[in-house]
Write a protein that binds this ligand. Structure first.
Ligand SMILES: [Zn+2]
Length: 135
């Protein structure tokens, strides 16, 4: 599984245990109970990762209608599972990872999350645990 460099670091130190991936109408390719290589995304080469830096085991994978479903009543805590300090940081991070998303104004973090088109996308919420790291 490929992560941006700052988030990859958090996966490898165990602080990030959840990731959200746009479904793009496709079935989830990550299987619960299987382990996958952790790779850092290489600049200017979206979709291709570097060497294996560690391994994660998929604990759960659920589809959600929105990036942050109402079942996560405390968005900040869920954002922390994503390795970020709070929900605002999550939104900023989401914008940087999905620059072609549907938000025209990337700085409208103050808007209620329902008004962020970029968050109204179906995602897979994938929870994992670190099972091996070279660090
Ligand atoms: Zn947005």
């Amino acid at each position: 599984m490929i992560f941006s460099p700052p988030l990859c670091e958090k996966v490898l130190d165990g602080t990030k245990t959840v990731t959200r991936r746009l479904t793009k109408g496709e079935p989830c390719t990550y299987r619960v109970g299987q382990d996958y290589a952790v790779q850092e995304q290489r600049e200017g080469n979206a979709g291709r990762g570097g060497p294996e830096l560690g391994r994660i085991l998929i604990v759960s994978a659920t589809q959600e209608e929105y990036v942050f479903s109402e079942i996560y009543t405390h968005f900040d805590i869920e954002a922390m599972s994503e390795g970020l300090s709070d929900f605002d940081e999550f939104v900023g991070c989401w914008h940087s990872l999905h620059p072609d998303g549907r938000c025209e104004d990337k700085d409208t973090y103050d808007e209620p999350y329902e008004q962020h088109p970029c968050l109204n996308e179906p995602v897979y919420r994938i929870e994992f645990e670190l099972v091996g790291s070279d660090e």
